[in-house]
Design a protein around this ligand. Structure first.
Ligand SMILES: [Zn+2]
Length: 174
């Protein structure tokens, strides 16, 4: 689930972060991270008051010409799910080949209602929805790199190809 906002900015080759006072331009993009039902109140991995950010993001997105949306997008047997590890409960950890993995309740399973974007998210001009965490044996917190820190999601290449230099990140997990 959680995102890597700091990592996101670093990946853009040291470009300065977009500050609140800056007016977004043609080479800026808003990254809207994981505004999905599972992370909303009532969801399987709810973030307290997670839905409060939806109107804030909708408003913010209007000031950006470029918007990219991410979705956590797991297989039903994903390695990050406690249900896949005998005797383990959510929020316990296991050692995987890429390091320590926190185990989560099942969440954001591909094609389910829980994985869908929040119904009130309204960014019709967003240009890319990038899905992450779809490799069943690797989690993906960052929008750029999976948890093995090697497998790219493709977002960096997309931004480079589009000439995007600065990103602002909006994340329900804060
Ligand atoms: Zn996840």
């Amino acid at each position: 689930m959680k995102s890597g906002a700091c990592a996101a900015i670093a990946m853009l080759g040291g470009a300065s972060p977009l500050l609140a006072a800056d007016k977004p331009g043609a080479t800026d993009a808003l990254l809207v991270i994981d505004v999905q039902n599972c992370f909303m109140p009532g969801g399987s991995l709810a973030v307290k008051d997670g839905d409060a950010i939806v109107p804030v993001i909708n408003k913010l997105a209007k000031s950006f010409a470029n918007v990219v949306v991410t979705q956590d997008w797991h297989t039903a047997d994903h390695v990050s799910f406690a249900s896949r590890h005998l005797g383990k409960k959510p929020f316990e950890t296991v050692k995987l080949k890429y390091g320590t993995q926190v185990l989560w309740p099942d969440h954001c399973v591909q094609g389910t209602e829980g994985a869908a974007l929040h119904k009130d998210l309204s960014i019709p001009h967003s240009q890319l929805v990038i899905r992450k965490g779809f490799h069943k044996d690797t989690d993906s917190y960052s929008a750029f790199l999976e948890a093995d820190r090697k497998t790219a999601t493709g977002l960096a290449g997309y931004l480079k190809a589009r000439g995007i230099r600065r990103l602002k990140s909006s994340d329900i997990a804060g």
